[in-house]
Design a protein around this ligand. Structure first.
Ligand code: GAF
Length: 382
């Protein structure tokens, strides 16, 4: 991948680029909790976005996406949001300009193997790769946390998704063989060794593209805020669902709005579940962790309503399989992958059976990825 992008760049622009790699992510547990000031437990994976970048002497931005075999040209003052691949790159330029950084033009080639629309945060990986690369070539002296926040803002303004901080954080701060417990309120974090002892993380990609994801995602955020608004008059110190108990929900939300109640109940339960799941992981209680993943799927499907029939099928299909410790839909929802903890020697057989059953039941092709954890965003040597 590094050789390929370096060659593509020098063929197009006749100079040597800086190459930056930024990984996709999985999330073991703690879904939709990031924008509620809760905790998440993601890990960076061995599927990544690569950018090759060099600055120019004018204000032209010259982009080439290897995956689409498509070029795009604009200027620094001429950038605009769009629905196309370059919006994630230009969103970062927009953030840099808004923060007063002196950005000139640049040449950039982008490539990668994070499947788009699979819930593996390919867009966050692009944003982090671009922020990191531009920070280097323009010598802006930004630290990783500043770039993470910038990438999140780029997603809000240029992609229109009011996402939390998890995906960018995981891509930027990933560490091989570790998951990261992130407190999304204080941004304190702890690396937890991901010791799966004879088990592996397997992703089953439903191949349903999450087209509803951005609009419904924003609706879920509003529903969480609606829950807070019902509680705050009685508990003024409550700032987010992180501060809320099930008792508060039963007392102030359920009598007023059943739908908002169910959404909030899931989040409050999920924040609690994550805390005990981290203890399970630290103590090697993988069965217990797995059971919590199944419980998370149930909540995401029934109460938070961000699953779909294909993801429900995939989670149910492995539920009573003794080789699968836990499984659930992952990420924003409405498509993408399930994450599964599967006994190593059972992976091939399970994948084959599931592939056939999924095709018969849903009329769709399943894809499977066995993922390893990896380091976060950084410079690659050619
Ligand atoms: C998407 C968002 F980008 C994240 O911030 C997070 O909310 C996730 O959905 C759900 O946990 O990936």
């Amino acid at each position: 991948m590094i050789q390929k992008i370096s060659q593509l760049f020098t063929e197009r622009f006749s100079e040597q680029p800086l190459i930056v790699r930024s990984p996709g992510r999985v999330n073991i547990i703690g879904e939709h909790t990031d924008y509620n000031d809760g905790f998440v437990l993601p890990a960076a994976i061995d599927k990544a976005v690569y950018v090759a970048v060099a600055k120019r002497d004018d204000d032209t931005i010259n982009l080439f996406a290897a995956n689409f075999n498509e070029a795009f040209e604009t200027t620094v003052p001429g950038i605009q949001p769009s629905q196309l691949w370059h919006t994630y790159i230009l969103g970062i330029v927009d953030q840099l300009i808004k923060q007063g950084h002196n950005i000139g033009g640049f040449n950039l080639v982008i490539d990668g193997d994070v499947p788009a629309g699979a819930g593996l945060s390919s867009s966050a990986a692009v944003e982090c790769a671009v922020a990191f690369a531009l920070n280097e070539v323009f010598k802006l002296n930004l630290n990783k946390m500043q770039m993470v926040k910038m990438a999140q803002q780029a997603e809000h303004t240029y992609a229109g998704v009011q996402c939390g901080i998890m995906d960018m954080f995981a891509s930027m701060f990933g560490k091989k063989d570790h998951a990261i417990k992130l407190d999304c309120r204080s941004l304190d974090y702890e690396y937890i060794p991901l010791q799966l002892e004879g088990y592996k993380l397997v992703l089953f990609n439903s191949n349903v593209k999450h087209s509803l994801a951005s609009s419904e995602y924003n609706v879920r955020r509003q529903q969480c805020e609606a829950g807070i608004a019902l509680i705050q008059p009685h508990h003024p110190r409550v700032k987010s669902l992180r501060d809320v108990s099930l008792q508060m929900l039963n007392e102030y939300v359920q009598p007023k709005d059943e739908l908002v109640y169910r959404r909030c109940k899931f989040i409050v339960e999920e924040i609690e579940r994550l805390t005990t799941a981290c203890d399970d992981l630290k103590q090697g209680h993988l069965h217990s962790l797995g059971n919590k993943m199944f419980a998370t799927h149930e909540g995401l499907s029934k109460d938070y309503a961000v699953s779909c029939k294909e993801l429900d099928f995939l989670a149910a299909a492995v539920k009573n399989n003794p080789a699968v410790l836990g499984a659930r839909m992952m990420g924003g929802g409405f498509g993408g992958c399930t994450i599964n903890i599967v006994k190593e020697e059972a992976i091939d057989q399970l994948t084959e059976t599931l592939y056939n059953n999924y095709k018969t039941a849903m009329g769709m092709e399943l894809a499977a990825y066995i993922v390893q954890t990896s380091a976060g965003t950084g410079i690659e040597k050619v």
